[in-house]
Design a protein around this ligand. Structure first.
Ligand SMILES: *Cc1c(COP(=O)(O)O)cnc(C)c1O
Length: 316
């Protein structure tokens, strides 16, 4: 279980290591959406994504409990976040990445002085290896979402949004494994329960949507979406019950909607966001929320984009 207090404690724990990111506004986005939209700019967060919040809380707590070594199994934003905070704290770390990991992402991990080990092609190979390395070195394995300290760390975004936009009506959050949204739900529903929290998934990676519908964790075989941060096969054992209890709605967006929102955000607001963040923007431009005339905070979850890939993120 994760409580509001855990999130508040996480906020104190991590405050020296993260930015309190600003809220950005765009008149054009307001116009197109028919709402007052507030962009929570985690794409400008340290390491380029919110993942540093959960990683910092988890790694700091592990070190306080005697861990002298950390591992993770991710070539993406979580791997970079764990490498960065381990470096800041002077704790050695190994990030286990797939053999076909993107060179730019591996370079980012190495820039934070993380050691990189290549292992297999799927997470079922990587995770046991990262756990084994942690055990052998009296360390700890930090999962990307299904961990109470990670969830509490991500939830600090909810605390900041409630402070920065005190009369917010709705918070829109992209959903991968559900760490980000379950943390925000914990913060928001235990303090301002009337604020709606709405998740967004790509139609092509609808594992959480199916799990909520089936009332049990349901996995999907593949998640062919441009939003690589949302390509999970199933929600977590810890995150899913929090969603089941508190989530107000889960919207699905198509690849076309994500790409159009990506182009709109980059060209019109000049903010370089990842497709995973664009999924959330797509929701406030979609039929479900358009014209609702509400104050809507949208979590721009990350901005780590390889510029050579941008063409693939654009509508045809
Ligand atoms: C990890 C990630 C997400 C999804 O977060 P979960 O906690 O897995 O739901 C969304 N956007 C970006 C940029 C991410 O890195």
């Amino acid at each position: 279980m994760v409580s509001l207090n855990d999130v508040k404690n996480a906020h104190i724990e991590i405050q020296d290591s993260i930015h309190e990111t600003s809220i950005l506004k765009s008149e054009l986005l307001n116009e197109q959406s028919g709402n007052q939209v507030y962009l929570k700019s985690e794409h400008l967060q340290k390491t380029g994504s919110f993942k540093i919040r959960g990683a910092t809380n988890a790694v700091k707590k592990a070190v306080q409990n005697g861990a002298r070594f950390v591992t993770a199994a991710s070539s993406g934003n979580h791997g970079q976040a764990v490498a960065s905070i381990a470096n800041e704290l002077g704790v050695p770390c190994i990030i286990v990445v797939p053999e076909d990991a993107n060179a730019a992402k591996v370079a980012a991990i190495k820039a934070y002085k993380g050691q990189v080990e290549y292992c297999g092609l799927i997470s079922a190979d990587r995770i046991p290896r990262a756990k084994q390395l942690a055990e052998e070195n009296e360390g700890i394995f930090i999962p990307p979402y299904d961990h109470p300290h990670v969830i509490a760390g991500q939830g600090t975004i909810g605390l900041e949004v409630m402070e920065q936009v005190p009369d917010v009506d709705i918070i829109v959050v992209p959903v991968g494994g559900g760490g980000l949204i379950s943390g925000i739900l914990t913060a928001v529903k235990n303090s301002k329960p009337h604020v709606k929290v709405i998740g967004v998934e790509p139609e092509a990676a609808n594992d959480t949507y199916l799990s909520l519908k089936n009332k049990q964790i349901t996995s999907i075989d593949s998640a062919p979406t441009v939003a690589d941060g949302l390509r999970t096969s199933q929600p977590g054992d810890l995150t899913f019950p929090i969603l089941q209890e508190h989530l107000d709605d889960l919207l699905l967006v198509t690849e076309k909607q994500i790409k159009e929102a990506f182009q709109f955000t980059v060209e019109r607001t000049k903010q370089l966001i990842e497709p995973s963040s664009a999924a959330a923007v797509a929701a406030v431009l979609s039929g479900e929320l358009q014209g609702a005339q509400q104050k809507i905070a949208v979590v721009l979850s990350g901005g780590n984009v390889d510029l050579r890939q941008v063409q693939e993120f654009m509508p045809d």
